[in-house]
Design a binder for this molecule. Structure first.
Ligand code: AMP
Ligand code: GLY
Length: 423
């Protein structure tokens, strides 16, 4: 079987490593892949948003199955375009990917179908937003409607910050058209949980829960990033809470999307906050999370390709999806300066004996060497019987990886370890 995976980050590397476990996979192409993925797949220099290029490649190379992982090609309709030429895909069609592509859509969906989320208002002019903000309480959360590389959310502590956020999104257009409409929402508190799920539109199977660490600095300080590390399972996500989420959030979301004529097939990601009033949705993503995938897939005991194909074929209810009861930790090693400006092109040294536990996110091959090529450079991932052992191993391995000006948070998983002590 010839498989094509669209994307080129750590998440795609984790997906490819897992897909390779299936013996029927003869060849995996990554479009565009990266310098580390090159060890596990054939990288093809076609960008993840070049839908025409992706379709031509699939046709010319007789691709049997495509996995579309990043948000932008999904929102742009990569799955629709591939299905049109007869290539089965894992991932939602554009009309369902809108659940991530438009915050206004997802907020209105939740309101219409009584799915718990933060209270909100939508604005399409800066004047109306500013008038409203003068009457609201702080902190207040301001979100660009469209995709914004994970940076379209600003938590404003006061009116000045809020007005500044509105100006930058709606007047200065820092996120382009994504900021033509904004959502202003109530600030929620509580532990955050990421739940990725497989769904074929009828059945929904949550994967093992995880916890991201979004802020750049230790103790959850500093700027929001794409994610500085993850652990799974998330100790705050008890069986009782999982049952409640299934009843009040997961099944209602699938049904709501069906009722809207936007059946969702693929990986639906629920960003949840466990508030004092119960679990609420912070955001939906139409895809695997990054770096959540890096801790969730190593714990998947079932065959990933089989599960993905069951999703595509509407047979998820007949397919076993089993997770191990171990723990997994992922520590992100980033370029110093990320998420602001940083330099690229530094050679990376990874000792051979730990190479298997390293997922490459932003690096390329240059003159036969792996060099840094992004903000988040790589992930050190470890599985163990306990979370503490997984974290120790991930950090021990990370300490053996060298590149100039590298940065990692030293406190990934600490909050989770404390939560475990409390119970
Ligand atoms: P997002 O990019 O939508 O995941 O948002 C980034 C981060 O902002 C989330 O992980 C939360 O920590 C925070 N956030 C988003 N919405 C809210 C909210 N309504 N209340 C509190 N924090 C929020
Ligand atoms: N780690 C959060 C995301 O993938 O959006």
């Amino acid at each position: 079987m010839k498989i094509m995976v669209i994307g080129g980050g750590g998440r795609e590397h984790a997906v490819i490593k897992k897909l390779k476990e299936n013996k029927s996979v003869e060849k995996i192409f990554a479009l565009p892949g990266n310098g580390g993925i090159a060890a596990d797949a054939t990288c093809v220099p076609i960008g993840a948003t070049d839908i025409d290029g992706i379709v031509s490649f699939a046709r010319e190379n007789k691709i049997d199955y495509a996995v579309v992982t990043p948000d932008d090609p999904l929102v742009l309709g990569a799955v629709d375009a591939l299905n049109k030429i007869g290539v089965p895909c894992f991932g939602p069609e554009a009309k369902a990917a809108i659940i991530e592509g438009s915050k206004v859509f997802s907020k209105n969906l939740m309101k219409k179908y009584n799915i718990p989320t933060a209270r909100y208002e939508v604005f399409d002019t800066p004047e109306a937003a500013c008038e409203y903000l003068k009457t609201t309480t702080f902190p207040s959360v301001i979100k660009a409607d469209g995709l914004a590389l994970g940076k379209g959310v600003i938590i404003a502590e006061n009116l000045d910050e809020a007005l500044g956020a509105v100006d930058s999104m709606m007047k200065d257009k820092v996120f382009g058209a994504s900021g033509s409409r904004i959502v202003v929402e109530e600030f929620l508190t509580g532990p955050e949980v990421s739940v990725l799920s497989f769904t074929d539109g009828e059945t929904i199977v949550p994967m093992i829960s995880s916890m991201d660490h979004k802020r750049a600095g230790e103790g959850d300080t500093g700027l929001n990033t794409g994610g500085m590390g993850t652990i799974a399972p998330n100790p705050y996500y008890t069986k009782e809470i999982a049952d409640e989420c299934m009843r009040t959030i997961f099944l209602p979301t699938i049904k709501a999307m069906n009722a809207e004529g936007r059946t969702f097939k693929g990986c639906l990601y629920f960003g949840l906050m466990l508030t004092p009033d119960g679990p609420k949705v912070i955001e939906y993503n139409c895809r695997f999370g990054d770096p959540e995938t890096q801790v969730v897939l190593p714990l998947l005991e079932s065959d990933l390709l089989t599960v993905m194909q069951a999703v595509t074929n509407g047979k998820l209810s007949e397919t076993e999806v089993k997770f191990s009861d171990k723990s997994c930790a992922c520590v992100v090693m980033a370029s110093g300066g990320y998420p602001k400006s940083y330099k690229k092109g530094y050679p990376i040294t990874i000792p051979e004996e730990i190479a298997d536990s390293v997922i490459i996110a932003g690096a390329k091959q240059e003159n036969g060497r792996l060099v840094t090529d992004g903000g988040r450079v790589l992930n050190s991932v470890a599985v163990a019987d306990t979370l503490k052992d997984a974290l120790d191993k991930a950090y021990e391995n990370a300490s053996k990886i060298k590149f100039e000006n590298s940065y990692m948070r030293r406190d990934i998983g600490q909050r989770a370890l404390k939560a475990k002590e409390v119970k």
